[in-house]
Structures are given as structure tokens and as C-alpha cells.
Design a binder for this molecule. Structure first.
Ligand code: FES
Length: 155
């Protein structure tokens, strides 16, 4: 809260911390954060319910958001989303798979965020590989990880 002129500006980082701790923005976690921030739980609930990346109900251990906005859609995002949903097995509570509107990495379309890390460009066939790697506790698609790509201007 000390980073911001208004303590309410720390709402999203506080809710993100709650989500990291509990897996989603639980009522208890929201009450704890609200007590520390000296705001009402209802205020934090309203913030949490507004943002798609904050979850107000339980989600799986692994969160997969497949971008389906224009750049990714034109490069096969719908098929990629289907492939992730099929590979995750539909009812497998370990996986939360959803479409998402532009994750801001259009240059690697079609792409997905897997446990908050970006991967792309992805082929539909790689969805099953990624799910298997997550189940096995292995590194996910190392060749497609945005974090492993060089920076512009790198030799
Ligand atoms: S359209 Fe997919 S990341 Fe922007």
C-alpha cells in the first residue's frame, strides 16, 4: 500500500496475493486482505469480480488461458482452445481452461498463458503435450516459452 498514493490502488496486487495463496479469491482471503487494507470485503469483491484474471470461485491447479482475439483467431486459436479443452479432459478439476481476449502477445499468435507464463506460437497438437507435461510435473513446452526467447537486438 505504501507504493501508492491511495491505499485502494493496492487492491489488485492484494487480490493477486490472495489468489496466489489460496488458488482463487476466497471469501476468507478477501476478508483478510480487506482487514489489512482497511476497506470493506465488498469493495475487494467488486474489484475481484471485475477482472477476468482474478477468480471468485475455485479453479484448477493449472490455469490455461488461450487467446481467441483477432490475431490469434486468424492463426487457429479456436482449434487450439478446443485442443486444450479436450486434452484437459473436460471434468479434470486440476485444469482450468478458458478463452481470453488478447493477452497482449499478438506477435506469438496463436498463444496461451499456462500458469501465468506465455507460450507461442502454438500448434493444436502441442496442447496435449503441454497437458501431459503439466501432469508429469515437467517443464512445459520449453521451445515455445516466451521467457526463453531472445530480446530484440540480441545477437
Ligand atoms: S490477439 Fe492474441 S495475444 Fe493479442
Amino acid at each position: 500500500m505504501g507504493r501508492y498514493p491511495d491505499r485502494r490502488s493496492a487492491s489488485i496486487p492484494a487480490l493477486w496475493a490472495v489468489q496466489e495463496r489460496y488458488g482463487w479469491c476466497t471469501p476468507e482471503g478477501i476478508r483478510q486482505a480487506a482487514a489489512v487494507m482497511r476497506v470493506t470485503p465488498a469493495y475487494l469483491e467488486s474489484v475481484a469480480s471485475f477482472y477476468d484474471l482474478l477468480h471468485t470461485s475455485p479453479v484448477g491447479t493449472h490455469r490455461i488461458e488461450v487467446c481467441t482475439n483477432i490475431s490469434c483467431w486468424m492463426r487457429g486459436a479456436d482449434r487450439l482452445l478446443e485442443a486444450f479443452q479436450e486434452a484437459a479432459g473436460g471434468d479434470d478439476a486440476n485444469f482450468y481452461v478458458t478463452g481470453f481476449e488478447c493477452l497482449g502477445a499478438c506477435d506469438i499468435a496463436p498463444m496461451a498463458s499456462i500458469d501465468q507464463r506465455y507460450y507461442g506460437p502454438l500448434e493444436a497438437a502441442e496442447a496435449g503435450v503441454a497437458i501431459d507435461q503439466l501432469r508429469a510435473g515437467q517443464e512445459v513446452l520449453p521451445d515455445k516459452a516466451l521467457a526463453k526467447r531472445g530480446l530484440a537486438g540480441d545477437a
